[in-house]
Design a protein around this ligand. Structure first.
Ligand code: PLP
Length: 391
């Protein structure tokens, strides 16, 4: 009999995240007995700090196992916004903040709330692949701004200005940036916010790596309070507190949008698990010693991996200023990034991502995560060196 099951056509417009696919492939090879050095997935190798785990355990023991309001429990929202106000010197209320299961729902729900078919959305290339996926999914037009190595992986003002049109609905900004580790300066932000004001578009600012920064202070969208009505701050616990598996993030935005994001939460998730919200309060406002230790260790690994990469013949590696990725240039070998990704995995036992997993401008590059031990970094690059020598 003929197979008659049908799937919605919109699925053909949905992209994915290669890091998860490559991790699955690497796990299969490991199960077959092959040794793999994991440098693909963007996840700290540390366990969640003890004070956060204890806060979750206590919350469970105390019976915080029920639904909360869709935007989060009132008390938790008040504590989250207390952190935001302390950090950014703002004067917002808990109603400006929506707690979500991971940062990804902030991206997805904000896109659902702000983007209509036919709108144009400006986003970074290379950039986090979910941006392009969501824009396409919503039948909007993806308008990439190219980040070039020669320009410190920051946008060029003249180029950006040319991309704005009267159809621009949203610009997505990500600093510190995945995959390049690039960081925007105050002047960069000024250009973006001036454009947003002039052309009346929204800024979705993905600042999930804002606490993982190695030089100077983080500058983000909250430095421009006059623009708050057209801004969404996306942040979360996954990276800073090594809480990827907990699924915890939040949006900060104006009251009207917060209302829509809450309704989207009601439709999609009901709410974020309360004991994780409570652990999230401890993460934001409790002892920060372990976070400081983690960032210090990332910084040591950063110096190690940049030095080792630049020591590989024919490889050029810039110095990332934030996050925990390097984006070295392998173009002198003349291989497509995807081929290099597959051969490194299968022939060298190193799992790292093709630059093109982040868009066409990533051709010639690879992304290595250094959220892994120094021993793994040294072993991984030893294998890459041997592989390159055999080409
Ligand atoms: N934004 C960026 C730039 C990321 O790199 C990630 C995770 O890799 C996310 C958002 C999603 O974070 P979460 O795991 O909290 O959903």
């Amino acid at each position: 009999m003929e197979n008659t099951v049908k799937y919605a056509s919109r699925l053909t417009r949905l992209g994915s995240e290669t890091a998860f696919e490559l991790l699955a492939k690497a796990k299969v090879l490991e199960a077959e007995g092959k040794s793999i050095v994991h440098m693909e997935i963007g996840e700290p190798d540390f366990t969640t700090p003890k004070n956060i785990i204890n806060a979750a355990k206590k919350a469970l023991d105390e019976g915080h196992t029920h639904y909360t309001g869709s935007a989060g429990d009132l008390n938790n929202r008040k504590r989250y916004i207390e952190y935001i106000n302390q950090r950014y010197g703002s004067n917002l209320t808990y109603e400006n903040l929506v707690i979500t299961p991971g940062a990804k729902p902030v991206l997805f729900h904000t896109a659902l709330a702000l983007i209509d078919p036919g709108d144009e959305v400006i986003y970074p290339n290379p950039g986090y692949p979910i941006y392009h996926s969501v824009i396409n999914f919503l039948e909007a037009k993806p308008v990439p701004y190219i980040l070039e190595e020669e320009h410190g992986f920051r946008f060029r003002v003249e180029e950006l200005e040319k991309l704005v049109s009267d159809k621009t609905a949203v610009m997505i900004v990500n600093s510190p940036h995945n995959p390049t580790g690039g960081v925007l300066t105050f002047d960069d932000w000024k250009v973006i916010t001036d454009l947003a004001k002039k052309h009346d578009f929204w800024i979705l600012s993905d600042e999930i790596y804002s606490r993982i920064i190695y030089e100077g202070e983080h500058v983000g969208v909250m430095s421009f309070p006059e623009l708050f009505d057209r801004v969404v701050l996306l942040d979360g616990h996954s990276k800073t507190y090594a809480m990827t598996g907990w699924r915890l993030g939040y949006a900060v935005c104006n009251l009207e949008l917060a209302g829509y994001l809450t309704t989207l939460m009601t439709n999609a998730n009901s709410c974020t698990a309360n004991f994780t919200q409570i652990a999230g309060v401890e993460a934001l406002l409790g002892d920060q010693t372990e976070v400081e230790n983690m960032v210090r260790e990332f910084n040591e690994r950063r110096k190690l991996i940049v030095a080792e990469m630049n020591d590989l013949p024919g490889v050029k590696c810039h110095d990332p200023k934030g996050a925990f990725y390097v984006f070295p240039n392998f173009s002198s070998y003349g291989l497509k990034s995807k081929e290099l990704q597959d051969r490194l995995l299968n022939e060298a036992g190193v799992s790292a991502l093709a630059g093109t997993a982040f868009g066409s401008a990533g051709e010639g590059y690879m992304r290595f995560s250094y959220a892994t031990s120094r021993e793994s970094i040294v072993e991984g690059l030893k294998r890459v060196r041997a592989f390159l020598a055999g080409l």
